[in-house]
Design a protein around this ligand. Sequence first.
Ligand code: KG4
Ligand code: ZN
Length: 341
Amino acid sequence: MTTLDFDVDPTTTILGIETSCDETAAAVVTGGLDIRSSVVSSQVDLHARFGGVVPEIASRAHVELLTPVVAEALVEAGVDNGGIDAVAATVGPGLIGSLLVGVSAAKALALVWDVPFIGVNHLEAHFYASFLEDPTLEPPMVVLLVSGGHTMLVRFDDHGRYAVLGSTIDDAAGEAFDKVARYLGLGYPGGPAIDREATKGDPEAIAFPRSMIDSDNLDFSFSGLKTSVINHVRKHPDVRTEDVAASFQAAVVDVLVAKAKRAALEAGAKGLCLGGGVAANSLLRERFLDTCTEIGVHGFLPSRAMCTDNAAMVASAAWFRLRDDGPTSLDAGADPNLGIS
Ligand code: KG4
Ligand code: ZN
């Protein structure tokens, strides 16, 4: 078989690999939507004492963890080598050393098994997390993708056809959560820590700025908010940490929800989806669904497991890529700054 004349059908089974940041993940998905297995090994404990992901530690850990994670995904799915029709890996954006581990492994497996290789854009993969859990979603949709590395609003017109409507001009929302949590001594990762702390605090205690909420574009900015938090705590050393956490979280969520609402209305979207690690945030989830009800669009929240990095979304995106564009050349490399267009 040559890997270039490959037919995709509902029985096509893809092994997906994700190593763009600090999760080593492998999954087997059939027909783009049927998750046969999904294994995620988080390195969070390895990076916690440094207060953030250390790229060199991440790539070394991927090298050690990837083989057992892939083996577990194959066993759990009940497929042997002959049962995999294509192998996909995240090719960017992400940490270059980490990406290269997954991409090299996926290419090696594709060569050994004589099946196609598919390079997947990590941002695109996050959109497929929604499809995996709600295949009834219909374009045009607007996706609010909020993670440690990205904050963007994307209009999804069809598989492989996207338009970026707005993105952060400085820090990503998750990055702001992580940096503020670190400053407040709440540990790493910061998002879940602030989420927990905020439940005990008053979201109206401190009026932090809602940066760019009224700007005439759909871009975001979170670095000024982070500075406001630091200045406030310096000026009021006795302030209750839970009030700072709750007020900071309310400021981030207000802006995210206001812009997502505007994007959905302007795009005439039928659906509004959340994606990325910050989509696990309790207040964001609640306010997001309220807003969808208010404007009458189909709101969709992936489960918390599907919000964070996993390989099922990579294998799912790969099925649609393979169907529409065919396999990726084995000469293609990883791109740490890959965008979407
Ligand atoms: O998508 P993700 O797993 O990794 C990438 O960045 O690609 O996102 C991780 C980010 C971290 O910044 C983390 O603090 C944030 O998602 N996060 C949260 C919550 N859970 C994770 N942020 C706010 N609230 C949460 N509950
Ligand atoms: Zn991600």
